[in-house]
Design a protein around this ligand. Structure first.
Ligand code: AKB
Length: 342
């Protein structure tokens, strides 16, 4: 082979290496959930349809997502099953979203412990075993508790939650940071506030009222809110949440001082303020307040969050505030339900 032939071989070998480095094979656990169903679509658009493997367990994929497979059934509490799917699909990155949220977790703490803690442990152990490039594990404002400062809650603060969900999320953050330090596994995570979206309904959370309420408003029905009208909570619109996850995953590691435990937020409001905003579109919307067991959970969480570490370390900026979110939610839900706004 002449010199130019040698060079061609070298060049194609370099391209091969580059491609191998860039090509991602991503596993999304909990892909049928509120975040997972939208994240899967965003990841497929970014990295290629075949390179994102979605897993489901209890909830089956909605029709419009079915074609966005491959779908795999996976119980994250089953360590062998986790290993098998990583091997079979040659996975290098995991977005681990499968979790039991706060309200369901208080009804069934044993289930929350198993899915959230054992599931996370299995993913981390597999991450080390298969030398994965990155593991994304979202956390939550549920890591905070009644002793945490409530306003502008700092990144570093008291983490003594009083819910099983919160306890498993604190443990998940600590484990993520531990696996990074001990094994060099690149684990990253952020503390999501309540997430608002119109594509896939949330399930079993305390902040779910802020999604349900829109369906009642658009259908012209009275809504009974399970939180008090003055319950302030940090919130975020789903397009911001999806962008946050992908931006954190792609941030240069040398810029990160935190790993599995970034505060992030976009807005804070109470049910009363949300209703006032919705009434700008649907003036006759009626709401009554009947707080239930979820009030105690909400009362243990912050009013607002300081996300300056995320802003400084990976450039986090939310795009949606309360009016922009309500405008987009109302229009999309009206379209989805085939309703005309008054
Ligand atoms: C919940 O309400 O449980 C979740 C959360 C804040 O993590 N939305």
């Amino acid at each position: 082979m002449g010199e130019s032939g040698d060079n061609k071989v070298k060049i194609s070998y370099y391209y091969f290496l580059l491609e191998v480095r860039i090509l991602k094979r991503i596993l999304v656990t909990g892909a049928t959930g509120q975040i997972g169903s939208e994240l899967t679509v965003a990841l497929k658009e970014r990295y290629g349809k075949e390179n994102v493997i979605s897993t489901m367990h209890v909830r089956k994929p909605p029709e419009d997502l079915e074609e966005l497979g491959p779908w795999v059934t996976l119980d994250v509490t089953d360590r062998n099953a986790v290993d098998k799917v990583i091997e079979e699909y040659d996975i290098d990155t995991i977005y681990h979203l499968a979790a039991i949220l706060s309200a369901t977790g208080e009804k069934n703490p044993q289930l929350a412990f198993r899915v959230n803690l054992l599931g996370t442990y299995n993913i981390l152990e597999a991450g080390v075993k298969y030398n994965l490039e990155r593991v994304m594990i979202p956390s939550s404002i549920a890591v905070f508790g009644p002793e945490t400062p409530r306003d502008n809650t700092p990144n570093e603060t008291v983490l003594k939650p009083t819910t099983m969900y919160g306890i498993t999320k604190v443990a998940g953050e600590l484990l993520g940071n531990y696996y990074f330090k001990k094994y060099g596994l690149d684990v990253r995570g952020l503390r999501f506030p309540g997430l608002i979206s119109w594509k896939t309904p949330p399930g079993g959370g305390t902040t779910d009222y802020a999604v349900e309420i829109f369906y009642y408003a658009v259908e012209g029905k009275k809504y009974t809110c399970f939180l008090r009208d003055d319950t302030y909570l940090p919130m975020m619109y789903m397009p911001d949440a999806i962008r946050a996850l992908i931006e954190l995953a792609e941030a240069p590691i040398e810029k990160l001082k935190h790993h599995a435990d970034f505060n992030i937020t976009a807005m804070s409001f109470s049910p009363r303020e949300l209703v006032e905003e919705i009434r700008k579109y649907i003036p006759d919307f009626e709401v009554e307040y009947k707080p239930d067991y979820r009030q105690e959970i909400a009362d243990s969480w912050p009013n607002s969050i300081d996300d300056s570490a995320a802003r400084e370390e990976w450039g986090w900026r939310p795009e949606y505030d309360l009016p922009a979110m309500v405008d987009d939610m109302i229009k999309n839900i009206a379209r989805k339900l085939g309703k005309d706004l008054p």
